[in-house]
Write a protein that binds this ligand. Sequence first.
Ligand code: G6P
Length: 368
Amino acid sequence: ASLELGPYSHFMQKEIHEQPKALADTIEQVLEQGFSPALFGAEAASLLGKVEGVQILACGTSYYAASVARYWIEQIARLPCQVEIASEYRYRDAVALPNQLVVTISQSGETLDTMEALKHAQQLGHDLTLSICNVRESAIPRASRLVFYTRAGAEIGVASTKAFTTQLAALFTLAATLAKLRGHLSAEVEANYLDDLRKLPGSVQHALNLEPQVKAWAELFSTRQHALFLGRGVHYPIALEGALKLKEITYIHAEAYPAGELKHGPLALVDEQMPVVVIAPNDSLLEKVHSNMQEVRARGGELFVFADLDSHFGESDGLHVIRTPRHVGVLSPVVHTIPVQLLAYHTALARGTDVDKPRNLAKAVTVE
Ligand code: G6P
């Protein structure tokens, strides 16, 4: 294993740092072809053209990728989109809407609940199926009519990192491709989106360079029993992913909330012992997030904010800020994933837990 690890101490660390390359490999064909249905398979031009809605099914980290995608599919492709945990969907008598695209997302392609959810969808009458997967010829893409393979390379660490960010790149490509087929993507916007994708590996590298600052925060997190993650809009699923990473590898109890929901319950948990992580890039919801942050400060909660260049607030007592060095627009959730991965990783190191093989968890869950 030490040979494969190269300069890294853990596979998770290696995989976090492989993300610029994993993303560049995954989007290579998109940059060559533009947002073309051919990226999703031979049948895609005819099948994707009739889509009137999208249902995404997945588990774990892949489910959070789905949750980000919902914002993009609605905003960019103007299609209604539902997202559901595969283990719930498979036992629900959902009503199959005509021309609904069923998307399954799975790093391994072997997760039993996701496979069974796909079969359940097919039994309900869905025949437009697409899988986003990292492992070629695995069970889920084989059972799907269309497929997009992420090119993250083998992911060994149980906690998913590079698979997640490459899934996001694939899902953004799906949203833009559906938009284009539906006549909702002007040539100018397509060129801008392709440019955003082209810059993405570099923006992710800039975020990776924040590692020393994130590591300094991890020292404090490693001494706490609980943590709260807040985000809004498309960054709420990144807060969820940050809380999941922390739970998985540090065993610290972490929860994520959409920041506007704070006042409806979790604010009661906030005191001096509760570190609160906020994903706060400069988007249309920043002002709202800012007032949510003040609610936390007023109760003594210590704030750890991941912001970007354009989010205007400085450090003050109990308010720590790490700024991602670029404003990356629509792909901002991908870039803001990096610091929450690094925070979990370094907190785990400080606590001495088994980063690559957390207790009770498996890389691919092929049982119910
Ligand atoms: C397991 C892994 C997670 C992963 C989930 C879904 O729980 O520990 O990291 O997100 O399965 O896996 P999949 O291969 O379907 O994406």
